[in-house]
Design a protein around this ligand. Sequence first.
Ligand code: FAD
Ligand code: DHB
Length: 387
Amino acid sequence: MRTRVGIIGAGPSGLLLSHLLHLSGIESVVLETRDRDYVEARQRAGVVEHGVAQILRRSGVGDRMDREGITHHGIELRFDGRSHRVDFSDLCGRTVEIWAQTEIVKDLTARRLADGGRILFGARATAIEGIETDRPRVRFTHGGEEQLLECDYVAACDGFHGIGRRSLPEDVVRTFDRLYPFSWLGVLADVPPSCEELVYARHERGFALHSMRSEEVSRLYLQVPNGTDPDDWSQERVWEELSERMAVPGWELRRGPLTSKSLTPMRSFVTEPMSHGRLYFAGDSAHIVPPTGAKGLNLALNDVALLAEALRAWYTRGETGALEDYSATALRRVWRAEHFSYWMTTLLHASGDAFEHRLQLSHLEYLASSRAASTQLAENYTGIPRP
Ligand code: FAD
Ligand code: DHB
């Protein structure tokens, strides 16, 4: 099998890349190890940055987000039994869309297939060869048979556990890693949200986040120790703990049946460079952020918008500059998001250390009293515009 761009992974980054390339007349094939139902149901992120919403709209896959998603103009920080609203529209003139990753994946998959795109579900990439030549190849298994995808370029959009990173020569790679001593227990609940905007709460018992999927479905998270078994958390215990951690006078948390429970470990991770020879990385295959800043999905989609532009410059005008600069350009945004996610995480999670606890409260009070401090949160959360 032969194509121009071989894409490994049909998560948000692989699908959007394939779609953007198609709009520029560039053919691609997407290999995805899982089946379509699994990929479309995987519960993950829920906040879309201002600029990423624009990328989806401009490429014709933003209609349902604009009809069914919810535009948010700010978030609420809670600490010490009080609350502070960060007003994005006022502070930086931008907003975010509350629109789930599952829905983005469903729309992109449907659009690719309607446009005649080739997504091979159940196709597991096993090796990437010849990345230092101009004829790279991806070996993969599909329907029990070993097959070969020959291409001009390979895009590793295969997430943190994919094979892309392992295909780089050891002497060209540098990785940066930070593990945190806590995880998030995430739940979906069939109950209308108890707040109009997302609530990020810092409490001595641990962090809590109230998000939402729609007017009827709430998404909530609790900081828990690493290795926690979600089965140890009954519905009653989840609601009690959320109520306690998010409590402010005059506010009540609505309760309802939980429809899913899962654990997400927290990690920061970056691989440099994000390209080598004819192999390019996008999304979680190259970097991971702890989810506190809502950046993982947004970084992944920003990466592929950049990569698609660079490939278009090459295929339509023969220009190589943007492809050569891809790694350096993408990494600038990645490191900004890494810092913001690390900062939000260490600001809001309980470590059990009394000194850190005082520093967190001091910083939160500063955020609540300083327009300059709140503005830097607003600028980073809504996504710094691309130059
Ligand atoms: P993925 O979505 O991981 O997609 C990679 C795809 O590649 C997968 O479909 C995988 O099956 C496929 N693949 C892997 N190996 C192969 C192979 N060898 N051959 C073929 N296909 C392969 N971000 C937030 O902002 N907020 C959150 O609340 C949040 N929660 C998260 C919870 C979890 C459990 C995880 C894992 C991530 C979460 N994230 C969150 C991060 C966000 O979802 C990711 O940043 C985003 O999914 C990255 O998209 P991606 O396309 O790069 O990778
Ligand atoms: C959601 C996840 C996040 O990590 C976050 O910071 C905000 C919202 C969510 O799943 O809705």
